[in-house]
Ligand binder design. Structure first.
Ligand code: ADP
Length: 263
């Protein structure tokens, strides 16, 4: 019986090895597929403004746009499309860098002051919009500073991004709230809005690259669907999470959660 057992053992380990190799191949195929999709989506997104720029340049070149007014309009359009393209390229570069060697300049940072800064910036860009900041310290919140290890510039960028989404995707007469607090040893920063919220089923898809709930609306507001992908990748590089929760009563809440540190 001994040799048979040996053969049995051998077969079992061979099978285990084969399964491992197979899953490594599967993983590699999935990675390649993701990369292919990313390149295809990025090219598609870049081609659209490029086609508009080219078409408008042709209007001038062929004399279709002749009057100073027409030419001014065409140049304005070329300008705005190039700005869109530049910001898209910028986003793509940020994503590429995040995939390879991200350089985070981490130190203990106070999330409350970063939130106040980001909100001030948003208020300057969107005068008249009501954006408030709160810092609860009563139970269930812990009465301690909202300090986490992080790169202040990147965390500011994440919050600015969430705020700009809240401004763009909600009616201008609704309030936006930012809540910063510590709970269960984690610093939580939530951007709470009272807009339409996400459609059921899209809660995790919004963090995918190039995902837009409404292609038409995304176009009109100029987004390429990269903002939340960048924001969540940045928070994850910090060892934290970015999650979507529906706002009670309607709307979206995007919550950043980072391990709190004592200082
Ligand atoms: P973009 O804003 O460029 O489209 P994002 O990655 O920032 O890309 O957002 C992806 C999609 O998630 C948006 O197109 C929008 O449909 C949805 N979304 C994001 N934030 C909100 C929000 N605060 N309220 C409702 N929908 C939102």
């Amino acid at each position: 019986a001994a040799p048979n057992t040996e053969v049995g053992h051998l077969a079992t380990s061979l099978n285990a090895m084969l399964a491992q190799i197979e899953s490594a191949f599967d993983e590699r195929n999935r990675t390649e597929e993701r990369l292919r999709r990313f390149v295809a989506d990025a090219s598609h997104e870049l081609r659209t403004p490029l086609a508009t720029i080219r078409g408008h340049a042709e209007l001038v070149h062929t004399g279709v746009a002749k009057s100073p007014d027409d030419i001014a309009r065409v140049i304005g359009r070329i300008e705005s499309e190039s700005i869109r393209m530049a910001s898209l390229v910028e986003d793509l570069l940020v994503l590429a860098r995040l995939d390879t060697a991200p350089t985070l300049d981490t130190r203990p940072v106070d999330l409350l002051s970063i939130a106040v800064d980001a909100v001030t910036g948003a208020q300057v860009r969107h005068p008249g919009r009501r954006i408030t900041v709160s810092n609860p310290t009563e139970p269930p919140w812990e009465d301690m500073p909202a300090t986490a290890l992080g790169d202040p510039g990147r965390l500011h960028q994440v919050l600015t991004n969430l705020l700009s989404n809240a401004v763009r995707y909600t009616p201008s007469d609704t309030e936006i709230e930012v809540c910063v607090g510590v709970q269960d040893g984690r610093v939580r920063v939530s951007v709470i809005d009272h807009g339409p919220g996400l459609k059921a089923g899209n809660e995790s898809r919004v963090f995918e690259r190039f995902f837009r709930e409404d292609q038409g609306r995304g176009r009109a507001t100029g987004g390429a669907g990269l903002g939340l992908a960048i924001a969540s990748a940045l928070v994850e590089k910090h060892g934290g999470t970015l999650a979507y929760l529906p706002t009670p009563g309607g709307g979206s809440t995007f919550e950043i959660s980072l391990p709190a540190v004592e200082i």
